[in-house]
Design a binder for this molecule. Structure first.
Ligand code: GLN
Length: 243
């Protein structure tokens, strides 16, 4: 691997790892770190927990899924950060929010028991707890080609008019199992239902996030050639299995 971007720091913020990390979502942070290193950057992971000051000089923000109860534990802290995160999103900071945090980056999540958790409205989406869980493998067509992942959620997410989805469902349920949309995009902020974790199997998507962060901070991105044979094997195995 080349190291032509050596010593260029990238600061990755991992949101609420104790409360919001199911189905391997921490793998997204590990993938960001390793691929950023392979591209020659010097990534640093800073954890953000409820009640403490939000880190400065943020390049990338990553958050995972969680139980409804986990979402309840972080919702107030996230609301308090809402204006700040809106500013970062408008300024082009790259973010990946999976499932439970995707829902809280929308307008609200109304749980199946009728409890309403307000979100920060980065995405114009609304989520309602549904009567059954949407579980299984997912393939979605996105601007980064086919993206493979795994979903497990009861929330049904509806996109507001004009809200751009992350992808179109080819297999699985995605946002709501009805309109074939998956996830949402605002600027360089991506929301998705895909666990797995999603980034190791989808290197183009992972690199797009790193590229957005690098271009915003340094004005350019010079990717290294990365051997993605393992990811390709996982993707073709998924296709063989009918995903
Ligand atoms: N609790 C939410 C739901 O079931 C989120 C689940 C998740 O993050 N996997 O819709």
């Amino acid at each position: 691997m080349t190291t032509h971007n050596a010593a260029l720091p990238l600061r990755i913020v991992h949101l609420y790892p104790e409360q919001m990390n199911i189905y391997g979502d921490t793998g997204n942070v590990l993938t960001m770190v390793r691929r950023a290193q392979w591209h020659g950057y010097d990534p640093e992971v800073v954890v953000h927990r409820p009640g403490v000051a939000f880190p400065e000089d943020v390049d990338l923000i990553v958050g995972g899924g969680g139980q409804d109860s986990g979402q309840g534990l972080v919702a107030d802290d996230l609301l308090a950060l809402g204006d700040h995160i809106h500013g970062l999103a408008d300024d082009g900071v790259a973010m990946l929010m999976v499932c439970g945090l995707y829902q809280l980056f929308g307008n609200f999540f109304e749980t199946v028991t009728g409890e309403r958790l307000d979100g920060i409205g980065i995405f114009d989406v609304a989520t309602y707890g549904g009567p059954k869980r949407l579980v299984g493998n997912v393939r979605a067509n996105t601007q980064f080609g086919e993206v493979f992942g795994y979903e497990n959620h009861s929330g049904l997410t509806m996109l507001g008019e004009g809200q751009r989805p992350f992808g179109e469902i080819a297999m699985g349920s995605g946002n709501n199992g009805r309109d074939r949309t998956e996830g949402a995009i605002y600027n360089n902020v991506y929301g998705t239902y895909l666990h797995g974790s999603v980034l190791p199997k989808n290197p183009r998507f992972a690199d797009a996030l790193i590229e957005a962060a690098a271009v915003r901070r340094y004005g350019a991105f010079a990717p290294a050639q990365i051997d993605d044979q393992l990811a390709e094997r996982a993707r073709s195995r998924a296709r063989q299995l009918g995903v």
